[in-house]
Design a protein around this ligand. Structure first.
Ligand code: PHE
Length: 345
């Protein structure tokens, strides 16, 4: 073994080129494997004279280090440039197509409702989905044993406490928060997601969306409520829309009513959407019960107000004749694409 043998091999190693990982591995075996060239030089080194050892020991070690470094450099360069020959990837395959999204029908209708009430001077208020019993029931005049608090209807987060946490069953809770924090007069709408422990079917879901509204000022009457809802119905369902009110009951309003709008499909003649009646139920409403005003510190002798609440999915179903509530939550692109561009009121 001479210094030239080592120099020559070093030059070879520095000029080494490989086109595949397999070639790198072959080079490693040829140089550093059990029967490799460098391994053989180390074998031979054991047998040479002392002065040769002194002269060639260091260059031989450097040669080995250079070979290891070169092999590593070639391997990582090839790995970084991705799979080449022998790879199972078919580079001629067409790419994955990403569908372009469109706005969800619930978002479209929510925005339409918000825009209509914004024009009437209402602010938008939002509140927590996880609420306490006080804001969902107690402050709204629900008696302690009212069935709506029952496990059947409400998802409790922490049951058994005096004021348990629960998933709000309506956004009236946001109206309570508005009464607590806003200056009078108050004119707000509260859009948001609500939760009820219902079996999922074409007509009911455990998650849905509401817009509730509240107007409190001096001298607000039922006539104002009726006018606000008539104007809303005409903006939402067309200039010829009619409304009618049927007496109803809610713990937080007195008197209370259910509102029907004239069927925009058959225009009162009777069809299967309105079940032959010519009318479609769209919301609940009423004059805020004085107990509710007082619970939030509002003088019920001086102030009065009205409130209303509607389901966004229901309005969207009536507008577009969707016959199954479950479509809204399945994210089937064939359904969602039907509403592309449906943004105008
Ligand atoms: N909070 C009622 C519900 O969820 C709707 C409603 C709101 C009724 C305001 C009257 C007044 O069903």
């Amino acid at each position: 073994m001479t210094s030239e043998t080592i120099q020559k091999l070093l030059a070879d190693i520095n000029g080494l080129q490989c086109k595949s990982l397999k070639e790198v591995e072959d080079a490693r075996v040829r140089l550093l494997g059990k029967k490799g060239e460098i391994t053989a030089l180390f074998e031979e080194f054991r047998t040479v004279d002392k002065d040769v050892k002194r002269e060639l020991g260091r260059p031989l070690n450097e040669l080995k280090q250079a070979a290891i470094a070169k092999i590593e450099e070639l391997r990582s360069a090839l790995e970084a440039s991705g799979p080449a020959e022998g790879s199972s990837e078919d580079l001629s395959m067409p790419g994955v197509q990403y569908e372009l999204g469109s706005r969800h029908p619930v978002s479209i209708v929510r925005q339409q409702i918000v825009d209509i009430f914004r024009k009437f001077g209402y602010d938008v208020a939002e509140g927590p989905e996880i609420e306490d019993d006080y804001h969902v029931f107690e402050a709204l005049n629900f008696p302690p044993n009212h069935p709506a608090r029952d496990m059947q209807d409400t998802f409790f987060v922490s049951a058994g406490h005096l004021n348990p946490l629960l998933l709000r069953t309506h956004t009236s809770s946001v109206q309570v928060r508005a009464m607590e924090s806003m200056k009078l007069p108050i004119r707000v709408i509260c859009p948001g997601r609500v939760f009820r422990n219902e079996a999922i079917s074409a007509r009911a879901h455990c998650i849905f969306h509401q817009v509730e509204g509240l107007y409190i000022d001096e001298g607000v009457t039922f006539a104002d409520l009726k006018q606000a809802i008539l104007l809303f119905a005409r903006e939402m369902f067309g200039a010829d829309a009619q409304i009618r009110m049927r007496p109803s009951f809610f713990p937080f309003t007195e008197p209370s009513a259910e509102v029907d709008v004239s069927c925009n499909i058959c225009h009162g003649k009777g069809c299967n959407i309105c079940k032959g009646t010519g009318w479609l139920e769209i919301m609940g409403c009423g004059m805020v019960d004085p107990n509710v005003l007082e619970a939030s510190g509002i003088d019920s002798k001086r102030y009065s107000g009205f409130a209303f609440g509607m389901g966004i999915e229901r309005i969207a179903m009536l507008k577009w004749q969707v016959n199954d509530l479950r479509h809204y939550f399945e994210n089937d692109l064939r359904f969602l694409h039907e509403f592309e561009g449906a943004t105008e009121v």
